[in-house]
Design a protein around this ligand. Structure first.
Ligand code: NAD
Length: 349
């Protein structure tokens, strides 16, 4: 099968012909319908410090935001017990948990399983014609769901999880970074009851998109003083919640310097290298609560994602700007590098 692999610690990927995977115990074989590109895949493409620290072994089939049709099962898989059948379209929860006796698994946080792995980072991923995943990681798509929507539920889940871990209702919020994930976070914050939403973003097109998705004010941090702008708009009350979705050290520091004392912070953006922070001044003496966000609550967050899509009417495809065949992956990643696109879909055939 055709698959996109990281084969060495240099920039880029290779499109290779490799054997299709065979489902092992408790796994299903999926015929990949589409995978969308995540900002984190770009870290692998560029192979920065974070990628080098996080990925244990190469070669690796990359890609993790995905959906596929169930075509076969490994031993011990009882599809009907999970209300699944051959032919179903499923999204994939990319945090592959062991369901073991570790403390997170026992306490409703399987996405933090101590023996867990992440698809496309620790185990071969989804930029390929076929994919095997544990059946317990499949989330059935409702009848008629477009495959791109099914693939985008995973990153939308990151955004929803970022919002839901904060006391968001009625609060003034600053979202730093309005890339595809920041934009999803704006939509989720608006839908789940945030008060005023400020968004700081470097690119004008993305600031425009932020407004169309529910932001009240957008700021260009290169041209405007973020602190004075928010001070003026809030009559000095500033903001209670910071959602950091840029992975920029500067954006984080700007946000922390301006958040109200006692505020709460969610960190979703991944920083390419070690972060410099004034912890004493901007965290400790402000009494901030900081939450690192990884993955989604399994399956609470997915239920909220379906609520956002099917009940509240948010269509994540609004964020899709480009679609490519897997052979055109270089075009897709060059676009990602420019940082001007929305979500990009890669079709395996
Ligand atoms: P992206 O790179 O497209 O978006 C980042 C945005 O931040 C860009 O639009 C950029 O212009 C903006 N930005 C950069 N510096 C800024 C600054 N100083 N002030 C304001 N804005 C600034 O990435 P994305 O796909 O939207 O993903 C966002 C981040 O989330 C990435 O770092 C990605 O790796 C990370 N991520 C984390 C998880 C997780 O589980 N924690 C999962 C997926 C993605």
């Amino acid at each position: 099968m055709k698959a996109l692999l990281k084969t060495s610690k240099h920039q880029g990927f290779d499109l290779l012909d490799i054997d299709a995977p065979i489902p092992k115990e408790n796994e299903v074989l999926l015929k990949t319908q589409v995978s969308t590109i995540c900002g984190s895949d770009l870290h692998l493409w560029e192979w920065n410090q974070w990628a080098d620290d996080f990925v244990p072994r190469l070669p690796l089939v990359v890609g993790h935001e995905t959906c596929g049709q169930i075509v076969d099962c490994g031993p011990n898989v009882n599809l009907s017990k999970l209300n699944l059948k051959i032919g179903d379209l499923v999204s994939v929860e990319t945090h592959l948990f062991a369901g073991c006796s570790c403390s997170p698994c026992k306490n409703g946080k399987k996405h933090l399983c101590s023996s867990g792995e992440i698809l496309g980072f620790h185990k071969n991923g989804s930029f390929a014609e076929w994919l095997t995943v544990p059946v317990d990681n499949c989330w059935k798509a409702r009848e008629g769901t477009d495959p791109v929507t099914a693939s985008l539920k995973e990153p939308l889940g990151n955004a929803v999880q970022t919002v839901m871990t904060q006391p968001i209702v009625g609060k003034t919020v600053l979202i730093t970074g309005a890339g595809p994930l920041g934009l999803m976070t704006i939509a989720a914050a608006r839908a789940f009851g945030a008060g005023q939403i400020f968004v700081s973003e470097l690119q004008p097109e993305r600031r425009e998109k932020a407004l169309s998705l529910g932001a009240d004010h957008v700021i260009d941090p290169k041209d405007q003083n973020l602190h004075s702008f928010i001070e003026d708009k809030t009559k000095g009350r500033m903001f209670d919640v910071l959602l950091e979705i840029s992975g920029s050290n500067q954006a984080l520091n700007d946000g922390l310097a301006s958040i109200s004392n006692g505020g709460s912070v969610a960190l979703l953006g991944l920083f390419p290298s070690t972060v410099n922070l004034s912890l004493n001044e901007n965290v400790i003496f402000k009494g901030l609560t900081i939450n690192g966000i990884t993955g989604r609550l399994i399956w609470d967050t997915w239920n909220h994602v379906d609520d956002l899509i099917y009940e509240k009417g948010f269509d994540p495809k609004k964020l899709l700007t480009h679609s490519f065949k897997i052979e055109e992956y270089k075009k897709a990643f060059h676009l990602m590098e420019k940082g001007v696109s929305g979500k990009i879909a890669l079709f395996p055939v």
